[in-house]
Design a binder for this molecule. Sequence first.
Ligand SMILES: Nc1ncnc2c1ncn2[C@@H]1O[C@H](COP(=O)(O)OP(=O)(O)OP(=O)(O)O)[C@@H](O)[C@H]1O
Ligand SMILES: CC(C)(CO)[C@@H](O)C(=O)[O-]
Ligand code: BAL
Length: 287
Amino acid sequence: MTRTVHTRADLAAARAELPGRVAVVMTMGALHAGHEELLRTARSAAEHVVVTVFVNPLQFGPNEDFDRYPRTLEADLEVCRRAGADLVFAPSVAEMYPGGQPAVRVNPGLLGEELEGSTRPGFFHGVLTVVLKLLNLVRPQLAFFGEKDYQQLTMVRRMVRDLDVPVEIVGVPTVREPDGLALSSRNRYLSPAERKTALALSAALHAGAEAAARGLDNEAVLGTAHRVFAETGPVARLDYLVLTDPDLEPGPPPGPARLLVAAWVGRTRLIDNLPIHLAAPSGPANP
Ligand SMILES: Nc1ncnc2c1ncn2[C@@H]1O[C@H](COP(=O)(O)OP(=O)(O)OP(=O)(O)O)[C@@H](O)[C@H]1O
Ligand SMILES: CC(C)(CO)[C@@H](O)C(=O)[O-]
Ligand code: BAL
């Protein structure tokens, strides 16, 4: 049975009745098959699954989509029931932030100012603060996050390591539509024409990954990705398309790397990323 609670007192009481290993899946609702994959993976790894549904105002900028973000709690509860979640915590903003916006927030450090943090100032302060609060309220052994939000997953791992938070973070590969588009709650903002343009993100990433597999160097991999982005989505507006090392440190080494993209399609900002396997640069020939 899936129980739904809205207050921290009811959460504490319901949590106390869950023995064994507890996994949490944190969401902003508007659940889709990507979230369902997180729920399935969590279900197979722990005795109990807790889902949180909360559109966190702290991570939205003043000109972002907090007000129009889809809120579909009844449908979300049905997804949670089907997935066999034990408990859903769906608090109000006042329940999460009873004193108003918190003065004390998690500082994400320098990486928090880059990529997503560069275009969305304060975003990772807001994300890490609510993630830490939810970890403290749910007290899970495991927490599942999607690779679709790769920088978020990386930042959460760093926070847990740097602040000694007693939880294991598990990343789940991105679930895609058959044509490659990464599932995202924001896809429902797209008109049919924008839905086609949105393919520019995944097409660019896949072209970059294929170029790397063919042995092309970093520059050619990025060049290929840029060309395919422009050809597939000429009306999309690129924010960034970068090749980094898998921990988002500057400068990809030979070997594993990550290609990340963010772009606006109309008023909708989408992100995506893929792992890349760069061939080692060929050194001077042996005499
Ligand atoms: N396509 C996907 N595959 C795997 N995990 C996903 C996917 N989309 C979202 N997630 C993960 O689900 C969790 C909750 O994300 P969230 O509720 O913000 O959904 P979202 O689709 O990313 O929404 P948005 O469109 O607002 O970015 C996050 O850990 C996120 O990485
Ligand atoms: C992790 C999260 C639930 C925090 O609000 C959100 O950023 C999301 O849905 O990815
Ligand atoms: N999906 C990550 C949360 C956000 O974009 O606000």
